[in-house]
Design a protein around this ligand. Structure first.
Ligand SMILES: Cc1cc2nc3c(=O)[nH]c(=O)nc-3n(C[C@H](O)[C@H](O)[C@H](O)COP(=O)(O)OP(=O)(O)OC[C@H]3O[C@@H](n4cnc5c(N)ncnc54)[C@H](O)[C@@H]3O)c2cc1C
Length: 442
């Protein structure tokens, strides 16, 4: 075998959609002669597909099935519970693999930078999303004392958290939400959710499908002030804005049905302060085109004003864009794009686009790896054993493909016990235990 005949050894850091689509593009064709090791910080794969996408978006969650097929390929190995920058250094990866692809996503949140933001009861939608999605690091939410919630944001995440807040817990039993969270949602006393959107309805980033879902909810009234809805001929409206406005206008004309829960839209309304002594009591807002501010009583605030990436030790990072700097998919290190280091997904593009956007991004990134193939194969001639060698030598407990399959089986088993299809295991320790061969289900 000549040097360039051997398999290309690739490490993908991050087992979310972008990382898995990259593994797919690298190994789909058996003739591509590439092997991929996926290194994931969490005990389980799928990133925001498991821990971001709302549990009641069942069709979207089905994307897991095609990504599972990628994990089932012999050329793809999974190493969960392994954090790059902590358990393995980036430098080590660069030495052990021909190419390293960073697919580390963007799971930190932006702040509003207004007074009162740190009061008890004010948190990020990111935290709430993690909670209802059973993320092992999620904080707890108690909805049994709140009646009115303020959601700040103009994107689909704001709509997701609103929908989960007003849906009846029973309607979520066909999802994989864990039992304790379902009990907490059933105990919710929330009746009103106010969504505050800084700009006019024509600029909101909601997609119509997600917006329309709110109007289809059982026992929920939607309150929209007709004065907040621009005229059809207001400026040059894009197709999505037109559809959204048509929907909002139809809702603004509806007579409330006396439903037990309500969603109130406030467009062109900017929060200026969150009020309260220790806990949130109200939100002060300013409506553009009007004088003065108005205080709206709320018990809880969720800010959905964007996700951002965190820097990873040893990986170049731009504070300005909160992404990994890159050119033609190659990471820029010391001022030059590197053959051998690549970025993909939200860590590269920032937190925008749907699942499918990561797929095309991954295909293009894998294309760059293949373009560099000959050079990559000739610059590293020795096989140092990769993650398996590093982790085994230092005794790090990792969860591989078999462990993940055992966890998945256990989640299905848990579902059967409760007459549901599947129930997520929430705690980190339980996930690790469930993935260990000696584990006996209780
Ligand atoms: C609340 C929410 C709802 C969404 N709903 C939808 C929807 O309905 N439809 C849709 O099409 N899209 C939706 N999206 C978008 C979709 O989830 C993203 O496009 C996609 O998850 C981005 O993929 P990614 O792999 O770049 O990032 P992620 O999914 O975040 O994956 C990154 C992975 O890298 C891991 N990682 C990070 N740092 C390290 C490290 N140092 N070492 C090892 N591993 C590391 C993380 O643990 C994570 O698993 C939603 C997003 C959010 C936030």
């Amino acid at each position: 075998m000549t040097t360039t005949d051997r398999p290309l050894r690739v490490a993908v850091v991050g087992g979310g959609p972008a990382g898995l689509y990259t593994a797919d593009a690298l190994t789909f064709d058996p003739d591509s002669n590439a092997t991929v090791d996926i290194l994931e910080r969490l005990p389980v794969p799928f990133g925001l597909l498991r821990y971001g996408v709302a549990p009641d978006h069942l069709t979207m969650k089905l994307a897991v099935n095609s990504l599972q097929e990628v994990l089932d390929r012999p050329s793809v190995r999974l190493f969960c519970n392994v954090e790059i920058g902590r358990d393995i250094e980036v430098e080590e990866l660069r030495r052990h693999y021909d190419a390293v692809v960073y697919a580390t996503g963007a799971d930190a949140d932006n702040k509003l930078a207004i007074p009162g933001e740190d009061l008890t009861g004010s948190s990020s939608a990111t935290s709430f999303v993690k909670w209802y999605n059973g993320h092992p690091e999620a904080m707890d939410f108690d909805l049994s004392r709140a009646s009115t919630v303020g959601v700040i944001g103009a994107g689909n995440v704001a709509l997701d958290v609103t929908r989960i807040l007003v849906k009846q817990a029973e309607e979520l039993r066909n999802t994989d939400i864990d039992e304790a969270t379902l009990v907490a949602l059933a105990a919710s006393t929330v009746t009103d959710v106010h969504i505050f959107i800084r700009r006019g309805a024509e600029f909101a980033k909601f997609t119509t499908k997600e917006l329309r879902e709110l109007g289809e909810l059982h026992d929920v009234d939607i309150v929209v002030d007709p004065e907040h809805i621009p005229a059809d001929d207001a400026g040059e409206l894009g197709a999505v804005a037109k559809r959204n406005i048509a929907l909002l206008r139809a809702w603004s004309g509806r007579t409330p049905t006396g439903a037990t829960r309500r969603i109130h839209f406030h467009f062109s309304t900017r929060p200026t302060e969150i009020l309260g002594e220790q806990s949130v009591r109200a939100i002060r807002v300013e409506r553009s085109g009007t004088d003065g501010c108005r205080d709206i009583p709320v018990d809880m605030i969720l800010r959905a004003v964007g996700y951002r990436s965190r820097p990873i030790a040893g990986v170049p990072f731009s504070d300005e864009t909160a992404t990994i700097p890159h050119e033609d998919h190659r990471v820029i290190r010391d001022g030059a794009p590197q053959r051998g280091e690549y970025a993909v997904g939200w860590a590269k593009r920032g937190p925008s686009g749907v699942l499918g956007t990561n797929r095309s991004d991954a295909e293009a990134t894998a294309g760059a790896v293949f373009d560099d193939r000959v050079e990559l194969l000739t610059q590293r001639t020795e096989d140092f054993g990769g993650a398996l060698n590093l982790l085994t030598t230092r005794g790090t407990r990792f969860l591989d493909n078999d462990a993940w399959n055992t966890i998945a089986d256990r989640e299905i088993q848990l579902g059967t016990i409760h007459d549901r299809q599947r129930i997520k295991i929430r705690s980190w320790d339980e996930l690790v235990a469930a993935g260990s061969p000696a584990f006996t289900p209780s």
